[in-house]
Design a protein around this ligand. Structure first.
Ligand code: ADP
Ligand code: MG
Length: 313
């Protein structure tokens, strides 16, 4: 693993000035019954327009909390979040309504929460447009366009109960796209599907990204999903811990090859998460010795000190 300071480059400008999605030290604390849960603990993330990105992390790592904030349903406790020029910490009223209607689209894990059971696929897609005041002809045209993009033309007049799980999620994606959003957010969209059906939904999400030009952010606990996208970001304890980029290149023989490199993310105050396998391999606990070399930083185990320090704290 290489360590790079991708997030701190180009800081003469405002952090992430050119990015479509900017999370800058985002904190979300939930309080209740005298307990406090720090779901997001200073999360930094930049996503550029046209990206397709997976955010991968274990259950409880803060993925849904992050998507809740990006979709405008929730607000950070501290830090800054901006999407397509909208400041998510201060947005309210009409701006918030317009943001949720036409800047972001949201797909939930259970299609039963994305679709109304007594409406057909086509009517489900037209509904958000009707709520936004679009006329009959515009609604019909948009529904037809999205059904076609999702490969569902023949399913237009069927209700959710008549559709397979994969088809239901593709209709859910079409519903989320009805307002022509710049960003599509999907929370575990394949979580209740078998692997093959999940791939079909991923193909639909790629179409959204490549053919419709929408920026796509998918959250999942399934690490194998990371192989389906160019960029996968790992979230751990409410913070981004690594960023994996996949590049397609032509080799000397002109054959396309795919290479993958995982980067640890150094945040803006210099914090870095060491992978647990590194920590276990060298028994790195509590205290480590850091050395500055010409071209790298060394991290050395310091056995025996950590536990005493822990006890004395
Ligand atoms: P993930 O989607 O990665 O499984 P979540 O974002 O749902 O994780 O949750 C992150 C942490 O925040 C968990 O510990 C969860 O219990 C807690 N949490 C999430 N939502 C709430 C809430 N509304 N009230 C209290 N705690 C919450
Ligand atoms: Mg979740």
């Amino acid at each position: 693993m290489t360590v790079t300071s991708t997030l701190s480059q180009g800081k003469a400008l405002e952090f992430g000035a050119a990015a479509l999605i900017v999370c800058d030290s985002v904190v979300r604390v939930f309080r209740g019954n005298g307990v406090e849960v720090q779901a997001l603990q200073g999360l930094d993330l930049l996503v550029h327009e046209g990206d397709m990105l997976a955010i991968v992390g274990a259950s409880g790592s803060g993925k849904s909390t992050l998507l809740g904030i990006l979709s405008g349903l929730d607000v950070p406790t501290a830090g800054r979040a901006r999407v397509a020029g909208h400041d998510l910490t201060t947005m309210r009223g009409q701006e918030l309504v317009r943001y949720r209607r036409s800047t972001v689209g949201f797909v939930r894990q259970q299609s039963s929460r994305n679709l109304l059971p007594n409406l057909t696929a086509s009517e489900n897609i037209a509904l958000p447009l009707a709520l936004a005041g679009a006329g009959r002809r515009e609604r019909a045209a948009k529904a037809a366009e999205l059904l076609s993009a999702m490969g569902l033309v023949e399913r237009a007049d069927q209700g959710p109960a008549q559709l397979s799980g994969g088809e239901q999620q593709r209709v859910s994606i079409a519903v989320a796209l009805a307002g022509s959003p710049q960003v599509l957010l999907a929370d575990e969209p394949t979580g209740q599907l078998d692997a093959r059906t999940g791939e079909e939904v991923f193909a639909a999400l790629r179409t959204v990204n490549e053919a419709l030009g929408c920026t796509v952010v998918i959250v999942t606990h399934d690490a194998t999903v990371a192989g389906q996208v160019r960029r996968a970001v790992a979230i751990r304890d409410g913070r981004i811990s690594s960023d994996t980029l996949r590049r397609n290149e032509l080799n000397a023989e002109g054959i396309s090859t795919s290479s993958e490199e995982e980067f640890a993310v150094l945040d803006r105050v210099g914090r870095l998460q060491l992978p647990s396998e590194f920590r276990h391999a060298l028994r790195l606990n509590d205290w480590v010795r850091l050395t500055l070399e010409d071209d790298h930083v060394g991290v050395w185990p310091e056995h025996g000190v950590g536990t005493d320090a822990e006890a004395g704290r």
